[in-house]
Ligand binder design. Structure first.
Ligand code: OAD
Length: 250
């Protein structure tokens, strides 16, 4: 993809890059997004399943959804978009990758400085005593895992609607958005807060802000540029430019 002259100029100068990703970056790996025609699971919206009340009402249904996603994630691999972000990290002095995804694909692609705002789907804990249990046993009553220590319900270690993000992780994300000179927002509908506030935080602090998405979003107007297309097509062009400028071997 041909990048604009302004973006090429920014890429030449930038030392500090911050990236926010959402489900769209993993779409080309075969992980469905949450929203849009293909984003629905059994006709449920994510807000109906990803919340504590839904879990207490019907833990089996919620675990079914997470198990479906856990099993799917185990079969997929990082795509060109994930790999390009790991290459960009090698080409700049200060790089922070903030993700709303819980699929671990960024780390598997080689990204190092990753902030997981919404947790990690492979980890679980007991809602009663807090004990971690990353290998829950689904053989019990209703196939809902129970804590091996106290018998309480075990839940996925992800952030649900209505829950606070891990405070220190979000504060670090805000600091990264404030100090970067280039902010790249990739594959997110940018409607779920507080993650969706980060592009504006970067812009207000003076960063050049770009959005990479297959379609325009509710936040498109705040970005300096929206690059329309697949992350797996666009991000490699950005990584190539940075690596060419910095002389990093591909
Ligand atoms: P969404 O499903 O809301 O949005 C995915 C975005 O990716 C859409 O804007 C698509 O247009 C875009 N997209 C799809 N394929 C793409 C591709 N190949 N390249 C670039 N863009 C592409 O997912 P999120 O914005 O991540 O939270 O959703 C935010 C949060 O809502 C999630 O973290 C999750 C969810 O419910 C919780 O569970 C708390």
């Amino acid at each position: 993809m041909k990048l604009s002259d302004e973006l090429c100029r920014i890429l030449q100068e930038t030392r500090t890059v911050c990236v926010l990703t959402g489900a769209g970056i993993s779409a080309e790996s075969g992980v469905p997004t949450f929203r849009g025609a293909e984003g629905l699971w059994k006709k449920f919206r994510p807000e109906e399943l990803a919340n504590f009340d839904a879990f207490i009402r019907n833990p089996q249904l919620v675990w079914e959804w997470y198990n479906y996603r856990r099993q799917l994630i185990e079969t997929v691999t990082p795509n060109q978009g994930h790999i390009a972000l790991a290459r960009i990290e090698q080409g700049v002095d200060d790089f922070t990758l903030i993700t709303q995804n819980v699929d671990n694909l960024h780390r598997r692609a080689g990204s190092k400085n990753v902030l997981e705002l919404h947790g990690n789907i492979m980890q679980s804990y007991c809602i009663e005593c807090g004990a971690k249990d990353d290998h829950p046993d689904f053989s019990g009553e209703n196939k809902v895992p129970r804590c091996k220590t106290c018998g309480g319900l075990v839940r996925p270690d992800v952030v649900w609607f209505g829950e606070m993000l891990p405070q220190h992780v979000f504060e670090e994300a805000e600091r990264a958005a404030q100090r970067c000179s280039l902010f790249i927002c990739v594959g997110t509908s940018a409607i779920v807060y507080p993650a969706a506030s980060l592009p504006m935080t970067a812009k207000q602090a003076g960063a050049y802000t770009i959005e990479v998405n297959i379609e325009r979003t509710e936040q498109s107007r705040i970005f300096d540029e929206t690059l329309l297309g697949k992350a797996g097509d666009i991000l490699p062009s950005i990584a190539d430019s940075i690596q060419l400028i910095k002389g990093v071997k591909a």
